[in-house]
Design a protein around this ligand. Structure first.
Ligand code: ADP
Length: 425
């Protein structure tokens, strides 16, 4: 029998007994009132006991009760026990999480809505100089580097910012903010001192080697030219050897020049001025058109007269590389379209050819240093594999993007998208 049926049956039996005794004694009404009072008193006593138990948190074993009340106590007790178990598990998880983040080699700081520090790990205290007592303080008051404050305020956290450590300026930190939850942000700082040192060494090494190779190359080239002048053509082997040697020294000179240009792009300060791009393009296209096999292949359309803020020499290198590639990697009689135009948010240079195109898998890789697509034709076409790496660097320095669309056998379109904010005329 269910608990409720048992309760109701007991009540009905008591009523029946009251009716029988009341009928025999003629005191039905007083007896009924007495019964009701007894029932109410019992419920009040049980409720007050329950209230007393629950008000102490329901921690101890529940008091003795009968009927429905025993069930109520049991259910509440069970729920409480379950909650306690879950809390314990959660507490353990939080402890483990705290311990692991505390042990992280990278600094981690949780920031609130108003840039206040909510929590920081050991590495953050060491490398960012934060203290336990800084909890609740606004981080821009503690890390006062202008580039950090600008980054924090910008809300654009796609890239990281590089700063010296506030504790020791020999330590270089890469700081990144990751937004999460409702208005919370996680600040991560990684020590990149060694990495930067190696990068510096790599740049210095490439710069020094390229620079040092220049003189012997010039001497070699000079002697080769003299020897070629002296060659009387009696030995075909000698003549073809001189030609090969000249071709290879020229190739090496291009490599050295491109490497030096890349190094300059990586290390030199920018000196931007207002560049007359239409005039620059006209000049580059004229030069391109006078190249061997290139006459009247270039179709230049200047849809806007916009000038942009930038470095003329750098832009010249990038545009020349793109145009050179379009001419190199397409048939000698095909047209190359060059367009300078403006759309909604950008100003664009698009160079389109009807050449061999680039396979989808190669497109993301062509801007890597020394990457050349392996085709039968590419082997014949001269190149260093550095041209598009130069283009990418120049565009990066101009806040511009390089978009490549290409279809094998149909042609390619390389477009440089400059932000409209760079227009200066
Ligand atoms: P390279 O000196 O070899 O031309 P780049 O960095 O300029 O070096 O180009 C890298 C590679 O990308 C080239 O070797 C070529 O395979 C491919 N490429 C570049 N431009 C084009 C183009 N317009 N059409 C087809 N392939 C191209």
């Amino acid at each position: 029998m269910g608990i409720w049926q048992k309760e109701i049956t007991t009540l009905l039996l008591l009523l029946l007994a009251t009716a029988i005794v009341g009928g025999m004694t003629g005191l039905f009404l007083p007896l009924l009132i007495l019964l009701m009072l007894a029932v109410i008193v019992r419920q009040v006593v049980l409720i007050s006991r329950f209230e007393k138990w629950i008000s102490t948190g329901g921690r101890n074993k529940y008091p003795k009760a009968t009927g429905v009340w025993e069930n109520i106590y049991y259910h509440v007790y069970r729920l409480k026990k379950e909650e306690k178990r879950r809390k314990k598990k959660l507490g353990k998880m939080i402890d483990q999480f705290r311990q692991s983040t505390e042990a992280l080699p990278d600094a981690a700081v949780v920031l609130g809505m108003h840039d206040e520090i909510e929590w920081a790990n050991k590495a953050a205290r060491e490398v960012l100089g934060l203290q336990q007592s800084d909890k609740g303080q606004r981080i821009p008051n503690l890390i006062r580097f202008p580039e950090f404050i600008r980054y924090l305020k910008s809300g654009n956290y796609n890239v990281a910012v590089t700063l010296p450590s506030p504790v020791d300026n020999r330590i270089i930190l890469e700081v990144r903010i990751v937004p999460y939850g409702a208005g919370l942000r996680l600040l991560l700082a990684q020590d990149v001192t060694q990495l930067k040192k190696m990068e510096r060494m790599r740049k210095d090494f490439v710069a020094n080697v390229s620079h040092e190779l220049r003189t012997p190359l010039t001497v070699l080239k000079g002697y080769l030219e003299t020897l070629q002048d002296l060659d009387d053509g009696h030995s075909p082997l000698l003549t073809s050897s001189f030609q090969q040697m000249q071709g290879q020294t020229e190739r090496m000179q291009h490599l050295v020049d491109d490497l030096l240009l890349l190094t300059r792009l990586e290390t030199q300060q920018k000196k931007p001025l207002c560049v007359n791009v239409p005039a620059l393009l006209s000049q580059i296209c004229k030069e391109g058109d006078t190249l061997e096999n290139a006459s009247r292949r270039i179709n230049l359309t200047l849809e806007t007269a916009a000038h942009i803020i930038g470095e003329e020499q750098e832009l010249r290198s990038a545009f020349t590389n793109l145009l050179g590639n379009a001419l190199k990697y397409s048939p000698a009689d095909s047209e190359v379209k060059v367009r300078w135009y403006q759309d909604n948010q950008s100003i664009v240079l698009a160079i389109e050819d009807q050449g061999e195109g680039i396979a989808k898998l190669d497109i993301p890789r062509v801007t890597e240093r020394f990457y050349r697509v392996e085709t039968k034709r590419a082997k014949k076409v001269n190149g260093t594999g550095l041209g598009l790496a130069i283009v990418k660097h120049v565009l990066m320095r101009h806040d511009a993007q390089l978009n490549i669309t290409s279809e094998l056998g149909k042609g390619s379109c390389f477009s440089c998208r400059f932000p409209a904010g760079r227009i200066c005329n």
